[in-house]
Design a protein around this ligand. Structure first.
Ligand SMILES: Cc1cc2nc3c(=O)[nH]c(=O)nc-3n(C[C@H](O)[C@H](O)[C@H](O)COP(=O)(O)OP(=O)(O)OC[C@H]3O[C@@H](n4cnc5c(N)ncnc54)[C@H](O)[C@@H]3O)c2cc1C
Length: 403
């Protein structure tokens, strides 16, 4: 059997990179190994429509293109180790697989609060199976404690409120979504949640959780208050899935730190027969910063897969890597109470200088985020049709900034 390109992770990034390897002309064997039993599926509905209406795997699984019909999928299998010198990966049953190129597409997993309470009733929401389990508990009148007021937490809160649950959101920061979109947008999102009956406990941390049998009962906060809860959802951030790459001298502190061509940085420089894609890749984007950035957006697997595939194939053929700068524009959306909120660029870099560009925060608006007076990100509340105009404005501003 010929030696394959091995893709570790069968999420959106794994799927897109397999497509892009074929689009770039590779005709050899590709093996995609995924820890979940499901073929690649769409995660954003797991906190939105699918959580509200019921989780139907058939509606979420991505359609596969004819170009990837001969790709070998090994699902329900976890890669436990990699040897980048001898070019092999090890699977959970001890099998060792040689590769001619390796793609890290392992995404992130949910973080957990360091509390002594059974994981059995502490819901997280990353996978289709997580969403199925949570959906069963979101009955009208259920008291739901959402721990974390980031995107996942606020989306779950909105859906639970719409399903008739009594929702409480706890977060140590003073404003929801403050780190990604700042005070102005975060306060407005809080106001919209409160209009729908959600109660926030901000500036508060969870000190303990207790439960009876297989259910939670009380959440204790650091101001000595106690929240009764029937359902607990931990939405306290993510941790990149990188343990399988340990022992190879890579920089794995925040995902897989890569060069601009998405090759991981090893002890002797970039590892040219390996690339990282999607949520797990941490790489510099000259459009915004020389510092590597790791981004968890649905658009990112698609944005990174083509460049990663070409980088990998160029090196396998021992061609010099392309000198063209790779400068993708991050884009993100969240849907809350029927309003689409979108972000372009990197608003989180420009939280010190936030300006209303158009409209009113209490209605539809565009908010600009600046560094050194130049636009670095835009958030749109509503104003869906203005997306392309702001995209152009942002790219123009960044072109001036990096010139
Ligand atoms: C609930 C939810 C809602 C979201 N909503 C939005 C949204 O509204 N807008 C938006 O822009 N983005 C959203 N996102 C983010 C978006 O879905 C992600 O950015 C995208 O899924 C990343 O794709 P990925 O393939 O890099 O990682 P993943 O989708 O996480 O896929 C990685 C896969 O690798 C597998 N894996 C991990 N380790 C191993 C291993 N060692 N061996 C084998 N397999 C392994 C994992 O099991 C997983 O299946 C949301 C994410 C979630 C979880």
């Amino acid at each position: 059997m010929s030696v394959p390109i091995v893709v570790v992770g069968a999420g959106l990034a794994g799927l897109r990179v397999a497509e892009q390897l074929r689009a770039a002309g590779d005709t050899g064997l590709i093996v995609v190994i995924g820890a979940e039993a499901h073929p690649p599926y769409n995660r954003p509905p797991l906190t939105k429509d699918a959580l509200r209406a019921g989780v139907d795997a058939a509606k979420l699984i991505f359609r596969q293109k004819p170009s990837t019909a001969d790709v070998e999928w090994r699902l329900g299998r976890t890669v436990t180790g990699a040897d980048l010198v001898n070019r092999t990966v090890t699977l959970d049953d001890g099998e060792t697989l040689a590769y001619r190129g390796l793609v890290a597409a392992t995404g992130v997993g949910p973080r957990r609060l360091p509390l002594d309470a059974p994981l059995a009733w502490r819901h997280v929401i990353r996978t289709l199976d997580d969403a199925t389990a949570l959906r069963e508990e979101l009955r009208p009148g259920a008291r739901v404690a959402v721990l974390g007021a980031g995107f996942v937490g606020t989306e779950v809160a909105a859906t639970a409120a719409q399903l008739g649950c009594e929702v409480h959101v706890v977060d140590p920061l003073a404003t929801p979504l403050a780190r990604s979109l700042g005070e102005l947008v975060g306060s407005e999102i809080r106001r919209r949640h409160e209009e729908h009956g959600v109660t926030f406990h901000l500036g508060r941390s969870v000190t303990a959780m207790t439960g009876r049998d297989d259910r939670p009962d009380t959440i204790f906060l650091d101001d000595s208050s106690a929240l009764p809860a029937d359902v607990v959802v931990e939405a306290v951030g993510s941790a990149p899935n990188v343990a399988w790459l340990e022992g190879n001298g890579l920089a794995l502190g925040n995902g897989i730190t890569c060069d601009v061509h998405l090759h991981p940085l090893g002890p002797d420089g970039p590892v040219h027969d390996v690339v990282a894609v999607g949520d797990v890749a941490n790489f510099p984007n000259p459009l915004f910063s020389a510092e590597p950035q790791r981004i968890e957006h649905w658009s990112w697997p698609t944005e990174t897969a083509g460049h990663a595939a070409r980088s990998l194939l160029a090196k396998i053929a021992l061609d010099p890597p392309s000198g063209t700068a790779f400068t993708p524009l991050p884009t993100f959306w969240t849907d809350q109470y029927g309003t689409r909120i979108q972000s372009l660029g990197m608003p989180g870099l420009g939280l010190e200088d936030v300006r209303v560009l158009e409209g009113e925060p209490t209605g539809e608006c565009a908010i600009g985020y600046h560094v050194d007076g130049r636009l670095v990100g835009v958030a749109l509340i509503g104003l869906v049709r203005q997306l392309l105009a702001y995209r152009t404005q942002l790219l123009d501003a960044r072109a001036i900034a990096v010139a």
